[in-house]
Every structure is written in structure tokens, then in C-alpha cells.
Design a protein around this ligand. Structure first.
Ligand code: ADP
Ligand code: MG
Length: 612
């Protein structure tokens, strides 16, 4: 029975806009299908979801007498009293989604319960008609056409079809993973993108990421005093260029939560470098009393009664598994040979080791260990996360902004430009350690790191070249194929023209790209690494412009060809290096290390105690 929540209940629910993008519509509709107990769910989108979104399920259906109520704001069958809020077991509970989606689209719901007949109800901008007899099997089919047709301002805020499509795909992939017992079919513009068969998590992971990822993962199943963590985590050598391959489900709900994300990231810290992100599909299961799902209008974050306990549990399990410590055997299902060396583990999944004797309060004490243990100084200190805001996604942890850094360097460099000397006044005096060239000018000596200086010069030249778009492309014998996920695909697709202007010949097909030519200076470059770097910027690219990034990456890669320290230069090379430096003694290598060090005569005199 659907009823309208009383204001005293409704006012306790985290309010805010739930539908702002096609992917949030898909999220709400699929959550409803799951709450209805569906075992088969079909999701179809057209035009990035702007044109049409349709979700069909075989769940319990809606009674004819309830059909109109479903369109009312705050109308739900899932929650009655304020007490119910304390232990929510359904994905929905706010009674808001259907009403808000209907108010900004043309919506049709066709539904049939086990006993009843099929009825359909149409709504245009929230104005519903009367239920009409319809046909169809048990279950519900919700069609949303022309999202935001009556709110042009919001329509304008949508991204391109490909980007919206990528975000929907990211969201759908999380449903496949979080509900492996449901069989999903996901179609984009009439073509099947994902299909899962409701036969388990491994199969769902294979449906989303391909079967080969499983071989690079640990399967874990751990119970730390009632905090259950299970799923798959990539091994130490399996990493991805961005966070879009990370999924965390808390009590069955996909969330972006800082505490858990940080715990996993810190556990991997010792194995991965910056801009390498672990792969994981993790399920955290907690007693409903210690997790609050009612903190965010999109229900995309949760709050834990005690963040430290959660952090501690997740960190200790994941790091034990990665470190291969003996404790890990308890958590790893199907341990790989290296871990199972002690012979304790038997073939199939080890049941989670349970310690029921310990109370939650005791566990809390035990798990409140220091979050930055000695010997792991690289671990980011734990900070209480900021309370959830109304943003659609929880903000990603602050990352070093590469381009801020570049800008800062450029500024410093321009200051250093004042150090410019007339090259003719510099006398070459020899070299040290086959790396440092010595120059004298008046009362000053300069040591030039030949490698760093050469790198800088090349880098500037290449950036310049990119600037003037003089890049020529060179075809490759064998094309390079880049496989991407939905978000990555959309990101690259949007930026194809930019890549092409740099000399790449790149085409999209299916979920992949074919690169058949590269900029001439980069022939033979490591394309895998290059695209990993480009994709790594996807998360932060709102602040960065791709052309800048490309210029930087191309130049950096070409710099690897620069003369290395340890090679003796000929007199001619020394002279040409100096000429290219053009007397600029403030020069720095592209990574910001100084390429030139000045030593005053007086400093030497001090060393020899000639002066004090
Ligand atoms: P909520 O999910 O928070 O209850 P919604 O606005 O999403 O609110 O849905 C309103 C009500 O409509 C639900 O409580 C449920 O009774 C009914 N409903 C919506 N979608 C479905 C569905 N696919 N199958 C069965 N009932 C549904
Ligand atoms: Mg709902």
C-alpha cells in the first residue's frame, strides 16, 4: 500500500534534488525494481538517456488503486513511521523519485501484480491522467521520455549524449555488481551492452569487466567482529588509471564514501604509485544500527556510527591481504599459491572467520588502532570526513594538481629569467662526473646539469611545436587497441578532435579505440602508458584542459630521449647546449629540478676560510 508520509516523518529525511541527470533517473528506477523483488531487470537508454530511459522488471507490481499515489510526492510503500528510519532495508524510502522524475518528463508506468490486471498510467510534466487497461506480464515497466523537456535550464546543464551515456553505464555496472543474483540486461540505443545471468558475483564481474580480471584479484571474505568485508580486490600489480574501476557497496548500496575509500587507498599505498588506482569490488556489511543511509538526498553516501572502526576494519583486512601476512589466510577465499604456502587453505572459499564472542563495543576498542602505524609513513593521516553535502558525488580526495604545479614552475621560471646572462661572458671550464658542466662568469661559477638542461630545452621546443600544431603523424604497422569502460569511452570520445590535432589517428569502435598513427616525435612511444596517463586525469579534468595535459605529456615523453647524465658531451654539443640555454641560468628541468647551480667566488673563499 502506498501512502503519503506525514510531515513529521518526511521532515526527518535528507531532502534535496534527486534527479538531475539521466544516470540518477536510472538509479532511482532500478532501485525501485530491486525493492520490488525483481529477479530480472531490463534497462534501456536512448540518446544518453535524454531521449528515453526504460526500466522493466518482473517484481511485485503496483496495484491499480496505488498507481496514482505512486506519482504523489512523499508517497511510499516502504516507510511508515519515523522509527522505521532507524533500520531501512529497502533502497528507496523517501517516496520522492517517481514524483520528481514525472514532473520533468513524460512518464508512463505499466504495472501488473500477481493477482491483478495490467494497468498503465501516463503523466506529462507531473499531470497524470486515469489508469488505462494494458497488457503485460507481472511486474513494472517505467518509461521516461524527454527528460527535462519542460525545464530547459536543466536540460542545458546536461553533458553530451556520450558522457551521459558513460555515466549511466557506470551506474548500471554497479547494479550488476551489487546484485549478482538478479539478471540484468542493459541496452544502449537498442544494442546490448551488459548482460548478467543472476548466477553470482564472479559472473557479474566478468559481465562488466571481462573474465580475465578475476585472475588478477584476491577474493576476500572477512568478518571483523560483525563488520563483514567481502568481494574482490586487485592484486598488487593490478591497477587502473582512475577511480572508475572501484566499487564499494555498503549494505547493498553503492556509495562513494571517503572513510572506506581512504582505508583501501592507504592499504595499497605501499604498492601503487600516484595516479595508479586499485581495482576493487567490495561489499561492506554492517548491522543497520551503525550505518545511517539517510544523510544524502541521492543516498550516495552513508554515515557510520564510528568511522574509525570502519576505517580500521577495512584497512586491516585489505592490507593484510596485500602484504600477504599470515592473518590474511583468514580473509582470502581461494588463496593464490604464494599465500597458501602454509597449506592451511583448502581449495574453495574459506568461510569468514567469525568471532561472535566479542561485542561491538569490545571490537570498537580493538579496532581503534593508530591509523598511521609506524613504518608506513606514506599513509595519509586519517581525518574525519566532512559531512555529506548536496553534491551528487562525494568529493574525491584532494589530489596534487599537476597543472597548478606547472603554473607555479612557470612563474618561478619567469622570475629566474632575470638570471639571464650574456652567453659570451660565460667561459667553459670543463666538466665534473660526466654530468655537470662548469662555466665561469666574473665572480661567479655555474654548474649545469647537462641532462636536466637538455631535457628542458627539448621540452620547451616540443611544447612550442604542439602550440603551433605542427605535429605530423606517422602511421603504425599494427594499430594499437585501447579498451575502455563507459566513462573512459565517453571522455575520450569527447576529446577525439583534440587528440587528432596532436597527430593521433584515432577512431572509436564498440567500447574501444583504434590508434593507427601517432605524432611523429613519439613514434615507438608506450601508448599503453600514455593513455593511462591521459585517462588518469579524467577525474580531475574539470580544472584541467586536455590540450595542456597533452602538450605536457607529449613533451615529457619525448624528453626521455634527451641526453642522459653520464654521457660525455663533445665540445660542439657543449657549445650548442649553452647556445640553446641562451644564457638562462635559472633554467629548470620539466620536473622542476634546477638545471643550473650558481656558486659565488666568495662561497668558495669561505670554504677555504680565506674570508669569514
Ligand atoms: P520510494 O522508492 O522511496 O518509495 P518512489 O517515488 O521511488 O519512492 O516510488 C514510490 C512508490 O511506488 C514505491 O514506494 C513503490 O510502492 C512504488 N513503485 C515504484 N516503482 C515500482 C516498481 N518498479 N515496482 C513496484 N512498485 C514500485
Ligand atoms: Mg524509489
Amino acid at each position: 500500500m502506498i501512502h503519503v508520509l506525514t510531515p513529521d516523518v518526511y521532515n526527518r529525511i535528507a531532502a534535496g534534488e534527486v534527479v538531475d541527470r539521466p544516470y540518477s533517473v536510472v538509479k532511482e528506477l532500478v532501485e525501485n525494481a530491486i525493492d520490488a523483488g525483481a529477479t530480472e531487470i531490463r534497462i534501456e537508454i536512448e540518446g544518453g538517456g535524454k531521449k528515453r530511459i526504460r526500466v522493466t522488471d518482473n517484481g511485485c507490481g503496483i496495484e491499480k488503486s496505488d498507481l496514482k499515489a505512486a506519482f504523489l510526492p512523499h508517497a511510499t510503500s516502504k516507510l511508515r513511521s519515523a522509527e522505521d528510519l532507524a533500520a531501512i532495508s529497502t533502497l528507496g524510502f523517501r517516496g520522492e523519485a517517481i514524483a520528481s522524475i514525472a514532473s520533468v518528463s513524460r512518464m508512463e508506468i505499466v504495472s501488473k501484480t500477481e493477482e491483478g490486471e495490467a494497468w498503465s498510467l501516463l503523466s506529462e510534466g507531473g499531470q497524470t491522467g486515469e489508469p488505462q487497461p494494458a497488457g503485460g506480464a507481472k511486474g513494472t515497466c517505467v518509461t521516461v521520455d524527454g527528460l527535462f523537456f519542460n525545464t530547459p535550464a536543466r536540460l542545458k546543464f546536461l553533458k553530451s549524449d556520450a558522457q551521459e551515456e558513460g555515466d549511466v553505464t557506470g551506474m548500471v555496472s554497479r547494479f550488476l555488481l551489487s546484485r549478482p543474483a538478479i539478471s540484468f540486461t542493459y541496452l544502449i540505443n537498442g544494442k546490448v551492452r551488459y548482460r548478467s545471468f543472476g548466477d553470482g558475483l564472479k559472473s557479474a564481474i566478468a559481465a562488466v569487466y571481462g573474465a580475465d580480471v578475476l585472475g588478477r584479484c584476491f577474493e576476500i571474505n572477512a568478518d571483523r567482529h560483525g563488520v563483514v568485508l567481502r568481494g574482490f580486490i586487485g592484486d598488487r600489480n593490478f591497477y587502473k588509471p582512475n577511480r572508475s574501476y572501484q566499487s564499494m557497496f555498503v549494505n547493498g548500496r553503492y556509495v562513494v564514501n571517503q572513510t572506506v575509500a581512504l582505508a583501501v587507498a592507504n592499504a595499497y599505498k605501499n604498492y601503487l604509485m600516484t595516479r595508479q588506482y586499485p581495482f576493487y569490488v567490495l561489499f561492506l556489511e554492517l548491522p543497520a544500527e551503525i550505518v545511517d543511509v539517510n544523510v544524502h538526498p541521492n543516498k550516495s553516501d552513508v554515515r557510520f556510527a564510528d568511522n574509525r572502526v570502519i576505517y580500521g576494519s577495512v584497512y586491516s583486512v585489505v592490507s593484510a591481504v596485500l602484504d600477504g601476512s599470515s592473518g590474511a589466510l583468514e580473509y582470502v577465499a581461494d588463496p593464490p599459491r604464494a599465500l597458501a604456502a602454509s597449506g592451511t587453505a583448502e581449495g574453495s572459499a574459506t568461510p569468514a572467520a567469525k568471532t561472535p564472542s566479542m561485542s561491538y563495543a569490545e571490537a570498537k576498542k580493538e579496532l581503534q588502532f593508530d591509523i598511521s602505524p609506524i613504518g608506513k609513513p606514506s599513509v595519509i593521516p586519517y581525518r574525519e570526513p566532512k559531512p555529506a553535502t548536496l553534491e551528487v558525488r562525494a568529493p574525491l580526495p584532494q589530489e596534487e594538481d599537476h597543472f597548478e604545479e606547472n603554473r607555479r614552475q612557470l612563474l618561478e621560471q619567469s622570475k629566474a629569467k632575470q638570471e639571464r646572462l650574456d652567453p659570451d661572458t660565460l667561459a667553459f671550464k670543463g666538466e665534473l662526473f660526466r654530468t655537470y658542466l662548469i662555466y665561469e662568469a666574473g665572480d661567479e661559477a655555474y654548474l649545469v646539469d647537462q641532462h636536466a638542461a637538455h631535457e628542458r630545452i627539448l621540452y620547451d621546443r616540443l611544447r612550442q611545436k604542439c602550440e603551433t600544431r605542427a605535429a605530423l603523424s606517422q602511421p603504425m604497422l599494427l594499430p594499437f587497441i585501447l579498451h575502455t569502460n563507459g566513462q573512459e569511452f565517453a571522455f575520450l570520445l569527447k576529446n577525439l578532435d583534440i587528440l587528432r590535432s596532436f597527430g593521433f589517428e584515432i577512431e572509436d569502435f564498440g567500447n574501444s579505440f583504434k590508434v593507427s598513427a601517432v605524432p611523429v616525435d613519439l613514434f615507438g612511444m608506450d601508448l599503453e602508458a600514455f593513455f593511462a596517463e591521459v585517462l588518469s586525469s579524467m577525474d580531475t579534468l574539470r580544472v584541467i584542459k586536455l590540450p595542456d595535459l597533452l602538450k605536457d605529456r607529449l613533451a615529457t615523453m619525448a624528453c626521455k630521449a634527451a641526453v642522459k647524465g653520464g654521457e660525455k658531451l663533445t665540445d660542439g654539443e657543449v657549445r650548442s647546449l649553452l647556445r640553446e640555454m641562451d644564457g638562462d641560468m635559472g633554467i629548470k628541468c620539466p620536473h622542476g629540478r634546477p638545471a643550473c647551480v650558481k656558486i659565488r667566488k666568495s662561497e668558495l673563499e669561505k670554504l677555504f676560510k680565506r674570508i669569514v
